[in-house]
Design a binder for this molecule. Structure first.
Ligand code: HEM
Length: 424
């Protein structure tokens, strides 16, 4: 059986900042068409195939390589390292099981849906303060990132955490910076690492008094619910509690922001899909959420490092190998998804799971909250916007880390204006 090192794998230049947009789609689709299931990136072996990806995400012979990445870039001390060592994604076995057991109920589908009225309120507030340029046909042009994608998830997470609404911009800033601990390009810059260290320290200083105040005055928020769980036998230490809250903040802002942005980008780029959504949101909103997650995952990769030698697909993978499982290609498996290279919200793709939220023990703990936020936002916009169009080409970030969007100018023609009859 060949060893991984003996294989002549196609290269995937993930450190190339130009790998995004159409080029990203073209190169990954070409790799898929070539029939390869593995590729070589600068720091890791990329698994392109869906089934193989599921295998590596679920195997007990692998861990999430967060600490390895920190070691590699010399992040050996300070608040950032403290946070990385305590991050739920870097825990395994019983320690991880225990934390998930304590946090899962606070982010169940029911708990997530309970925040929907607040989500709608935030969207209404943002819609009312929408400022843009008046365009022809009664439409308005604005940057969707600035107007909705950026503020909405941090307002939601502030509500989830029971933080004051006015702290949402700070939460956004912390989340955006601290999230970069997963991005090798960001970690290779010492100035960026120094800033992340400061941001983690600021967050700890902010969250500690808040946890204290929830201990004396519980409310209907996640921190209170984590404290309550703590008091029912299984105890969370202070360090575990503040780090769980940080993990939820860091996992829950930049991600939803950019997945919503891509959903709107895709829908605005396809007038007939928008029209279908607007005409039948009840059927199509949840399909649109799933389709955006499948077609343009903002987490194109999630990683594992093998802790033992592993054999899979007729190849020996030695212990220590770093694997990046590619959700972009996994989500295009033609056996799981009909017409996988098409973005089509009208197709019922059934219950087939895509790889965007990962798989196995680290499967995204916030997936219910993220789906509720996306679904509430698409419902809201489908009720208010008759026509949605792209103005300028969006400014895309790189696919390394979170695949985000810096600016997304759209033109929205409000439904109520369209419905107004012409004066006689
Ligand atoms: C569209 C939005 C989101 C996407 C695409 C996403 C994606 C992911 C992925 C790929 C993982 C790693 C899974 C693995 O390696 O198997 C993950 C883990 C995680 N996510 Fe999310 N996420 C999103 C939203 C959220 C939200 C809203 C929260 C918080 C409320 C959150 C909190 C977390 C946490 C704490 C983990 C670590 C879980 C563990 O180690 O057990 N995420 N997410």
């Amino acid at each position: 059986m060949p060893n991984l090192a003996d294989l002549d794998l196609p290269r995937l230049e993930l450190d190339d900042p130009g790998l995004k947009g159409r080029r990203w789609h073209r190169e990954m689709n070409e790799l898929l068409d070539s029939g390869e299931w593995l590729a070589q990136a600068p720091l890791a072996t990329v698994v392109l195939d869906r089934e193989a990806g599921e295998f590596f995400l679920r195997t007990k012979s692998a861990i999430f390589p967060g600490q390895l990445l920190a070691d590699l870039f010399g992040v050996t001390d300070g608040p950032l390292r403290e946070q990385i060592d305590n991050n739920i994604i870097n825990q395994e076995g019983d320690a991880h099981r225990r934390l998930r057991g304590l946090v899962n109920p606070s982010l169940s589908p029911r708990a997530a849906n309970g925040y929907r009225p607040a989500m709608r309120e935030f969207l209404e507030g943002l819609w009312d303060s929408l400022e843009g340029d008046d365009a022809s046909n009664g439409g308005v042009e604005f940057d969707f990132i600035e107007a909705f994608a950026r503020p909405y998830p941090s307002q939601t997470i502030a509500r989830v955490m029971g933080a004051p609404a006015e702290d949402a911009p700070r939460l956004h800033d912390w989340s955006m910076w601290i999230q970069r601990q997963f991005d090798a390009i960001a970690l290779s810059d010492p100035d960026t690492v120094a800033t992340i260290q400061d941001k983690v320290a600021e967050f700890y200083a902010w969250v500690r008094p808040m946890i204290e105040s929830r201990r004396s005055t519980p409310s209907d928020d996640l921190i209170s619910s984590l404290i309550a769980t703590e008091e029912e036998g299984e105890r969370l230490s202070d360090v575990e509690l503040e780090n769980l809250v940080l993990n939820i903040l860091v996992g829950g802002v930049d991600t939803t922001q950019n997945q919503l942005a891509h959903a709107i980008r895709l829908l605005a780029g396809s007038p007939e899909q928008w029209a279908a959504l607007r005409d039948d949101p009840e059927t199509l909103v949840d399909r649109a959420v799933q389709e955006a997650l499948r077609f343009e995952p903002i987490t194109p990769f999630t990683a594992r490092q093998l802790s033992d030698d592993v054999e899979y697909g007729g190849v020996e993978f030695p212990a220590g190998t770093v694997i990046m499982v590619c959700s972009f290609t996994g989500n295009r498996d033609p056996e799981a998804f009909a017409d996988p290279t098409e973005f089509d919200i009208t197709v019922d793709r059934g219950k087939v799971r895509n790889l965007t939220f990962g798989a196995g023990i680290h499967f995204c703990v916030g997936s219910n909250l993220a789906k509720a936020e996306l679904s509430e936002a698409l419902t809201f916009f489908s009720e208010r916007i008759d026509r949605l169009e792209l103005c300028d080409p969006p400014e895309l970030q790189t696919v390394s880390g979170i695949y985000g969007i810096d600016s997304l100018y759209v033109k929205a023609t409000p439904a109520k204006l369209e419905a107004t009859p012409e004066p006689a």
